[in-house]
Ligand binder design. Structure first.
Ligand code: F6P
Length: 557
């Protein structure tokens, strides 16, 4: 029997894999062990349980694992066919089985001159041809050579897109703002909430604005509505359609729809169906990032991605950052019952990273059947959430320290500040390191008493500890570091999906809501009372909205 694309032929269901069974037994033995004991028993643990690649240092020593746990998790990876699956991805096999295509985002960051032939086409050569076009365009806009219809240079860029066509660009712009041209304004419009598009454009001059419509399919409801709204705004400001054309470019895989929308294909930057939306930051979807930081810095971003890709492909599992991160996520989510996973970047510039990772992890692995359609009998993706530290410490860290739930936390820290100010960076980094220490070791009752705490407050002031954290430490948030960081999470998610046997590259779960909305739109808008055949809750909500809409129209709203 041959297995699905890229898997070894004889992969057992997860619960039947010997390593899984051993891990189930092992977790009972480990339940009574505290991180205090693990560190006391092994003075080198903090140095030993760490790995480094592509400029990132991963300290995973404060996780609820022993050497045996790690060995079993790595054995589980082998029994799950991870090595074969990684190779299949890098070779361009159709590992996205339900959509019958490769998941080849790693080709987007392969260096010029490398060759990867898929279905007779050298995809790396195609990638670099598009990168060259993007670079040429970005240089022309940044230098002022590319002029708007009235002859003004471009001063503002509006990126329209949603999901993977927004979260990556918006996250990367915030992350790399210190490297961006200060005289160019960047706005990101995603939601179909009309306030989004109004806020993004209200203070911009259409004559100086470039609009990038980013959509893999070029059919997404929100993006198309926003693209039409911004085109109308341009038209109102510039007068005629021909003028508008100079101010709008597209990034898409769907040339036909781009042309139908009225954008000349010469103003379209393509990518390919083998790039998933949430894996598309390193494709032409990153055009806004390139416009902000310039082609050279964008190349550094891609080099960072590529360095982590190569590491993922080549490093043995015991030193492989994405593999270790992915295995820990499986350990907590499927074996220890953690329902969520927090990501806390100690960097304001990474404020949008948790939202970006939510889509990456939850759209990829939030699935309840395996690739071949069998229901899973274990938990898959955790709920990913987070906020930058130290802000997070003053909101939800109480629960992390003393609540009842197991929440593994990733703390992302950089040595150098982007903006050195007084002692800020030392305070920031001290806070991150202290949180990991406090979460792991806590404070015992006897220590609390010894510090003179009144007896009635002792339970309140005791910290149980034994709460897992992983620290990702980088030197400085450069384009390269950002690429490596994003690739680390991409491949961690891939590792998790492989263990769980699910297809991390499809997203059928978003379809039903989209379809129902298409049916409800005309019901909200029809002049005559529609014949509603929904459940009573849905129909009542529709009627209430229609009544409110009529009131609004009568009031001239
Ligand atoms: O609704 C989910 C989704 O399909 C995401 O996977 C994707 O990133 C987003 O919508 C946007 O899709 P598109 O780039 O085709 O507009």
């Amino acid at each position: 029997m041959s297995g699905p694309a890229g898997t070894a032929p004889s992969i057992l269901p997860l619960r039947e894999r010997p390593a899984w069974r051993a891990l189930e037994r092992h977790r009972r033995e480990l339940a009574a062990v505290h991180l205090r004991e693990l560190f006391a028993a092994d003075p080198q643990r903090g140095e030993r349980l760490a790995a480094e690649a592509a400029g990132l240092y991963l300290d995973y020593s404060k996780n609820l694992v022993t050497d045996e746990t790690l060995a079993l998790l790595q054995q589980l990876a082998r029994e799950s066919g991870l090595a074969e699956r990684i190779e299949a991805m890098f070779r361009g096999e159709r590992i996205n089985e339900t959509e019958d295509r490769p998941a080849l985002h790693v080709a987007l960051r392969m260096p010029r001159g490398r060759s990867l032939v898929v279905d007779g086409v050298d995809v790396v050569a195609e990638v670099h041809a598009v990168l060259d076009r993007m670079a040429d365009f970005a240089e022309r806009v940044r230098s002022g050579e590319w002029r708007g219809h009235t002859g003004s240079p471009i001063r503002a860029v509006v990126n329209i897109g949603i999901g993977g066509s927004d979260l990556g660009p918006a996250m990367a712009y915030e992350a790399l703002r210190r490297y961006a041209r200060p005289d160019l304004v960047f706005r990101f419009v995603s939601n179909v909430d009309p306030t989004d598009v109004v806020e993004a454009t209200r203070d911009l001059d259409p004559a100086q604005t470039l609009v990038i419509v980013c959509s893999k399919t070029f059919t997404t409801l929100e993006t198309m509505a926003n693209a039409r709204a911004v085109r109308a705004w341009l038209l109102a400001g510039l007068g005629d359609e021909a003028a508008v054309a100079r101010h709008v470019v597209a990034v898409s895989t769907n040339e036909r729809e781009v042309a139908r929308f009225g954008i000349d294909p010469s103003r379209m930057f393509p990518f390919w169906d083998w790039v998933g939306g949430r894996y598309s930051l390193s494709s032409a979807i990153g055009l806004s990032t390139m416009l902000a930081v310039g082609p050279e810095r964008f190349a550094e971003l891609l080099a960072g991605f590529n360095a982590m890709d190569e590491h993922f492909r080549e490093a043995p599992f015991e030193r492989n950052l994405p593999v270790l991160s992915g295995l820990l996520a499986v350990w907590y989510g499927s074996l220890l019952g953690a329902q969520t996973h927090a990501v806390v970047p100690y960097s304001r510039a990474l404020a949008r990273l948790p939202a970006y990772l939510q889509q990456l992890a939850m759209e990829s692995n939030g699935k309840r059947v395996t690739s071949d359609g069998r229901p899973v009998d274990y938990d898959t993706a955790a709920v990913v959430w987070g906020e930058p530290g130290t802000n997070a410490q003053h909101s939800f860290f109480q629960l992390l320290h003393q609540g009842t739930r197991l929440v593994p936390v990733d703390l992302i820290v950089f040595v150098q500040a982007l903006d050195p100010v007084g002692e800020h960076q030392d305070l920031l980094v001290a806070s991150a390191i202290a949180q990991a220490e406090a979460l792991a070791f806590g404070r015992r009752e006897e220590e609390v008493r010894a510090a003179g705490c009144p007896e009635r407050l002792v339970p309140h002031r005791t910290f149980p500890g034994n709460r897992p954290t992983t620290v990702v430490l980088g030197e400085r948030l450069t384009p390269e570091a950002l690429g490596a960081l994003v690739a680390l999470y991409e491949h961690s998610v891939f590792t998790q999906g492989t263990i769980w046997g699910i297809d991390p590259f499809d997203q059928w779960g978003v379809e039903l809501g989209k379809e129902l909305a298409q049916r409800i739109v005309p019901e909200l808008r029809s002049e005559t009372e529609p014949d509603l055949s929904h459940d009573s809750s849905t129909s009542t909500l529709i009627r209430r909205y229609r009544a409110g809409r009529r009131r609004g129209a009568a009031d001239g709203a």
